[in-house]
Design a protein around this ligand. Structure first.
Ligand SMILES: [Zn+2]
Length: 503
């Protein structure tokens, strides 16, 4: 919750090939190549036969079909498909790279030898395989039948060639181009993936919020979610990464569910704040950026999922993360919460902690650490985007214009020198300021990346009822693990200043 104020999409691949001239196996003529296509094939075949042992190939190459011969100005490429009784072993190919004179330069092979071929009595029909695939995907529609494809072939596993259908179906719900391998007799699902490539979109957002970028509140008011020239001037154009290509704001790390149901078939999302779609874009961008940041400093295992974010679905001036549904919700009261990256990051902080320590924050001090970490994550993110230093030590400058008259307006501060237990108030957000300042001071001393890395690492040591002292001890230990204790003395003094022991 912010009050003083507190998930899934499948993998995909990107296929971008710059293909010079693709020549059909027969008949086509090379424009520039020195040697003829047929000679290239002969040279490649001969080389593979001579080196059959090295690549585990059959000496007569009887189970390799030439798929393509590609001539480019600087090289020639022969691509073979592995087959069994004429049917493909899906995705297992061999390429031979030759120079213009026919000399072999490189072989890349994923040919798989096998000991036996599984025999089946009753091969199911292609149509049955397709129905099975749709069922395995949990498709709510039958897909685009014209685009769907199904082909019989094999996959090799543990030395056995298994007869399968490779089925690709294009469905709307769940959205994707789903490739599945279906056992040709019993219909079991042996492999599934979404072939749709990730799309990059564009959009406009606040970075992190309009008060911070303007460096002032002059002329900046909520005015019931209205646009103004001053506010529009604070919009920044950004790329929206990892979209699933459906035209909705659904991606690798965020899945927006909103009142606005924002959609763009060209993945172009340029809105001003009076349009509810603006908050959808702002939420998508900042959560995606934070998750990519966490991965960039070395953590692939922290909240690495597509989190559902409910935007403008709640009318109060509050936002929250729900540990039971694992979803985020951003309210539209006052300044829409999802217009301020500080608030978005704070709530994402709760989801990070719950992901690292399920049930975290069960004790009063644990709860305060949760709020403090969210503020740390938000304030350091805001600082990383700041070019003018305005709002340092403060979080949520824009959101806070609805309820604060200080300059700058702040949801909370990270530098008001609260000390434990002297300033303990028994309210998680107020007490979170004790904790957030210790973490924020670490960022001032070591830089954002090192401080964030130590703090995230420390969470793995914590329990649902961990205390301030447990948290500080875990931080000190995380520094030992990550940096051999290089920051130990400073960590001691930073937390001693907050009244919290690291021993
Ligand atoms: Zn909170």
């Amino acid at each position: 919750m912010k009050k003083r104020k507190s998930i899934i999409v499948a993998a995909s691949i990107l296929l971008t090939m710059t293909v010079p001239t693709v020549m059909a196996e027969r008949g086509a003529h090379s424009q520039a190549a020195v040697i003829e296509t047929s000679d290239v094939r002969t040279a490649a075949d001969q080389y593979l036969r001579e080196h059959a042992d090295k690549y585990n190939l059959k000496e007569d190459l009887s189970d390799l079909n030439v798929e393509t011969v590609i001539n480019s100005e600087n090289g020639t490429y022969v691509r073979y498909q592995q087959t069994i009784e004429g049917a493909p072993v899906f995705s297992n190919q061999v390429t031979v790279t030759l120079d213009q004179t026919g000399k072999v330069l490189l072989v890349v092979s994923d040919y798989v030898p096998y000991k036996s071929v599984e025999k089946i009595k009753n091969k199911m029909s292609k149509e049955d395989a397709e129905s099975k695939a749709l069922k395995h995907i949990g498709a709510k529609d039958n897909g685009n039948w014209a685009k769907n494809s199904k082909e019989f072939g094999y996959m090799v596993e543990d030395g056995v060639a298994i007869p399968i259908y490779r089925v690709v179906v294009h469905t709307d719900e769940p959205f994707g181009a789903w490739e599945s391998y279906i056992h040709a007799e019993n219909g079991k699902l042996l492999k599934k993936r979404n072939l749709n490539q990730r799309a990059t979109g564009t959009g406009k957002v606040f970075m992190p919020n309009p008060v911070a970028t303007l460096g002032s509140t002059t002329g900046i008011t909520d005015n019931r979610d209205a646009d103004s020239t001053s506010l529009n001037n604070q919009l920044k154009a950004v790329s929206l990464l990892g979209l699933d290509g459906s035209g909705y704001l659904k991606g690798s790390y965020v899945n927006i569910y909103s009142k606005a149901k924002t959609f763009s078939s060209s993945n172009t999302f340029n809105f001003t704040r009076s349009n509810d779609s603006f908050e959808d874009v702002n939420t998508y961008y900042h959560i995606d950026t934070l998750q990519r940041y966490i991965q960039s400093i070395g953590f692939q295992n922290i909240n690495n999922r597509s989190i559902k974010a409910n935007v403008n679905t709640y009318t109060k001036d509050n936002s929250f993360y729900s540990p039971s549904t694992k979803e985020l919700t951003f309210g539209s009261g006052g300044v829409d919460d999802a217009e301020d990256a500080g608030i978005i990051a704070h709530e994402y902080g709760h989801s990070i902690q719950d992901n690292q320590v399920p049930g975290f924050g069960n004790s009063a001090e644990g709860g305060a650490m949760g709020e403090g970490f969210g503020d740390f994550l938000g304030a350091t993110y805001e600082d990383s985007l700041s070019t003018n230093g305005y709002g340092k030590g403060c979080i949520g400058e824009w959101d806070a214009t609805s309820y604060s008259s200080s300059n700058p307006p702040c949801l909370r501060r990270l530098d008001n020198n609260k000390v434990y237990p002297r300033d303990w108030a028994g309210e998680v957000h107020a007490d979170g300021e004790i904790w957030s300042q210790g973490e924020y001071d670490m960022a001032q001393a070591f830089g954002r990346d090192i401080a964030t890395k130590i703090i995230l690492q420390s969470h793995f040591s914590l329990t649902p009822n961990a205390t301030f002292s447990d948290g500080a001890r875990a931080i000190k230990q995380a520094d030992v693990l990550l940096y051999g204790g290089a920051h130990g003395a400073q960590i001691d003094s930073i937390w001693a200043a907050r009244g919290i022991s690291t021993n």
